[in-house]
Design a protein around this ligand. Structure first.
Ligand code: NAD
Ligand code: ZN
Ligand code: ZN
Length: 345
């Protein structure tokens, strides 16, 4: 029997473990992927710390790309060796949301056994992974699957948040991007590609702010400083920030967004660090839209891949052998990853 190494979630509060597993065989309708790269998302740290609310161990890695290795019975239209991105949020496939390709908002999410590969089902931090249906694959064309694994989450998630806010992102608007890590560094590139709005990047780490300037941020603000809100207000004037994209979601970033947005603005909280958004009359100001986007749709992943194919966005990737996963998670926790880490099996 052919075996492979896999990085597994064992239980909440324990570090991941590297185990040997048999290479799985695809059942009817399934597709076996030979993994080229699996992105290391900050959400995995939340998963490792708190679990996913369902019992059982599983292989981590929800941001995956690779090549088709084998097709299960009844799968057609694809062939062995095709490079593909794996669409990560696996819904029921048939509800109203799933029918419109927005499996990230599957209406049956509470009753399906897993949220996706690496989030309850076996994911991509292994030599191979099973994808339950070919509908969850998107062709990558000429893109290198290892380097483009982050498109399926680190780029798709901000793309979805930004696309929904586009009507507000006029040339005279100011967008605030908080947290310039895996998601934030893609958000800056997506904003440059899609909008004429000016962009303020905020982080607590000077190196991230430097990176933000390289990626086209108009202004940077160290949000660890007490003067951050004042600095942002000096930039925007009385109109305030038009769209705040929070890729941290901690109490300080949520409070900062709420204090700098103007009227008729939007706050999108993407980060899952557990902060609470309070509301009192006119605070956040009247007209503010609040959104809590989750991941993105399959058609949006196709759009993200098109942006990468035309060179408008590119994940800045640090690659590591799969065997170093435990150490890479520690580095991510310590803020030592630049751009996105990708594990290569
Ligand atoms: P990351 O670790 O790569 O980046 C986080 C960045 O935030 C770092 O640059 C760090 O310096 C910065 N930061 C930390 N605390 C800060 C603070 N108080 N103020 C300003 N900046 C701060 O993480 P990532 O993989 O980009 O993920 C970001 C968040 O988004 C995580 O909470 C993750 O779970 C969440 N996430 C949500 C979705 C969704 O669909 N809603 C999808 C993917 C990830
Ligand atoms: Zn993720
Ligand atoms: Zn569904």
């Amino acid at each position: 029997m052919k075996t492979m190494k896999a990085v597994q979630f064992i239980e909440a509060g324990r570090p991941p473990e590297i185990v040997d597993l048999p290479v799985p065989a695809p059942g009817p309708g399934e597709v076996l992927i030979r993994v080229a790269g699996a992105g290391v998302c900050h959400s995995d740290l939340h998963v490792l710390d708190h679990g996913i609310g369902r019992p059982g161990q599983f292989t981590l890695g929800h941001e995956n790309a690779g090549w088709i290795a084998a097709l299960g019975e009844g799968v057609s239209g694809w062939k062995e060796g095709d490079p593909v991105a794996v669409y990560g949020p696996w819904g029921c496939g048939t509800c109203h949301s799933c029918s419109t390709s927005a499996e990230n908002y599957c209406e049956r999410h509470a009753s399906i056994p897993s949220m996706g590969g690496g989030l309850g089902s076996d994911g991509g931090m292994a030599g191979y992974m099973i994808v339950p249906s070919a509908r969850l694959l998107v062709p990558l064309g000429d893109l290198d699957p290892a380097k483009t694994a982050p498109l399926s989450d680190a780029a798709l998630t901000p793309y979805h948040a930004i696309k929904a806010a586009l009507p507000l992102m006029t040339p005279d608007a100011t967008v605030l991007v908080l947290g310039i890590g895996g998601l934030g560094h893609m958000a800056l590139q997506i904003l440059r590609a899609l909008t004429p709005a000016r962009v303020i990047a905020g982080d607590i780490d000077a190196a991230r702010l430097e990176h933000a300037r390289e990626l086209g941020a108009t202004y940077t603000v160290n949000t660890g400083e007490k003067t951050a809100a004042e600095e942002i207000r000096d930039i925007t004037g009385p109109r305030g920030v038009t769209v705040a994209l929070d890729f941290v979601g901690a109490q300080p970033t949520i409070d900062l967004s709420a204090s700098v947005v103007g009227r008729n603005s939007r706050i999108a909280v993407v980060g899952l660090a557990g902060g609470v958004l309070h509301y009192a009359a006119n605070n956040p100001p009247y007209g503010t839209q609040v959104s809590v986007p989750y991941w993105g749709s399959r058609t949006e992943l196709m759009e993200v891949i098109a942006l990468a194919q035309t060179g408008k966005i590119a994940a800045q990737v640090e690659t590591f052998p799969l065997e170093q996963a435990v150490n890479v998670y520690e580095r991510l926790r310590e803020g030592k990853i630049h751009g996105r880490a990708v594990l290569i099996p």
